[in-house]
Write a protein that binds this ligand. Structure first.
Ligand SMILES: [Mg+2]
Length: 306
């Protein structure tokens, strides 16, 4: 191969690789490729025998304000069986108490301590890195509360961290301030790397999520943010610690290949993908890693005890 052709082929590899990753993320929730046959590696009985369950919320328990059929009964089964379980969500907008109230409106009563959000995980991470520090925060009340509870104060002059979570109040002034602070030495943290969220239960449209909101700051500062939420093993391991359970005794149930299932795989947990949310059956075979079990919905854990 001539020098010129080699250079051109390397350029093609570099370009197609970066667009591949972007494209692969997009394909995490939308594809027209026909599904390949999927072989479960564990049975529903093996799932039911687990001691602890890490359960994603949106797309698994509910869509926005609407409960997924059978979710209530599945959660009741977990409680009757005295299983340990923890809701583990990349959503940073709401505090555990607000999430508890949301489930309560759907007729599901669980203790506030059963919720672990990317906001809590982010707050724990920054407090472990720099105790009693300060942060400039772009996000919603759930994130701010977690930051305060971790012993932090907000600071828009010389913070230790710039933290970005999901936000509906995201504007040019905030981006400009964040860019200036990062350029002056603040470390850039994202609560979660999800690029988009589904716009609504029936909608095929998506809205920008934290991973997209943080991109302009990364680009302007030429830095990569550090993300704490799923699929980071940091969040999954902390969840296991809270449940006082080992990876071998636990399973993660989620609706996204790129966060829930990857988070489990990277933490040596067995994984179950439910088909009621973002990732559909067709997309599963496109990933290098696979879930251990495919479930039509979380209701399958009680309605199909094979
Ligand atoms: Mg989800």
């Amino acid at each position: 191969m001539t020098q010129r052709r080699l250079r051109s082929s390397l350029t093609t590899v570099a370009v197609s690789r970066s667009s591949f990753f972007r494209h692969q993320k997009f394909r995490a929730y939308r594809t027209s490729i026909p599904p390949k046959p999927f072989q479960n590696r564990i049975s529903i009985s093996e799932l039911r025998a687990k001691k602890a369950f890490l359960i994603d919320m949106d797309g698994v328990i509910y869509h926005q304000e609407k409960i997924i059929p059978g979710a209530k009964e599945a959660l009741e089964w977990l409680q009757v069986q005295k299983k340990d379980f923890l809701f583990i969500t990349n959503s940073s907008q709401r505090s555990p108490r607000e999430l508890q109230a949301k489930l309560c409106r759907m007729g599901i009563e669980v203790d506030e301590s059963r919720f672990y959000t990317s906001a809590l995980s982010t707050a724990a991470f920054i407090a472990s890195q720099t105790p009693h520090g300060s942060a400039f925060v772009i996000g919603e009340p759930g994130l701010l509360q977690a930051i305060y509870d971790a012993g932090y104060v907000t600071n828009d002059v010389n913070p230790d961290f710039v933290i970005v979570g999901e936000s509906r109040h995201y504007n040019f002034d905030q981006i400009t301030r964040a860019v200036s602070l990062v350029q002056n030495g603040a470390r850039l943290i994202g609560t979660n790397s999800d690029l988009v969220d589904k716009k609504g239960e029936e909608s095929q449209e998506f809205v920008p999520a934290c991973g997209s909101l943080i991109r302009p700051i990364e680009a302007a500062c030429q830095v990569d943010a550090f993300f704490v939420g799923k699929p980071s093993p940091m969040m999954v391991r902390e969840a296991l610690k809270r449940l006082n359970s080992s990876a071998a005794d636990s399973i993660i149930i989620g609706d996204r290949m790129d966060t829930d299932i990857l988070g489990g795989v990277q933490s040596n947990l067995q994984t179950a993908l439910v088909l009621t949310g973002v990732s559909d059956r067709a997309i599963v075979s496109r990933f290098a890693y696979q879930p251990d079990l495919l479930l039509d919905s979380i209701a399958s854990i009680i309605s199909n005890p094979k």
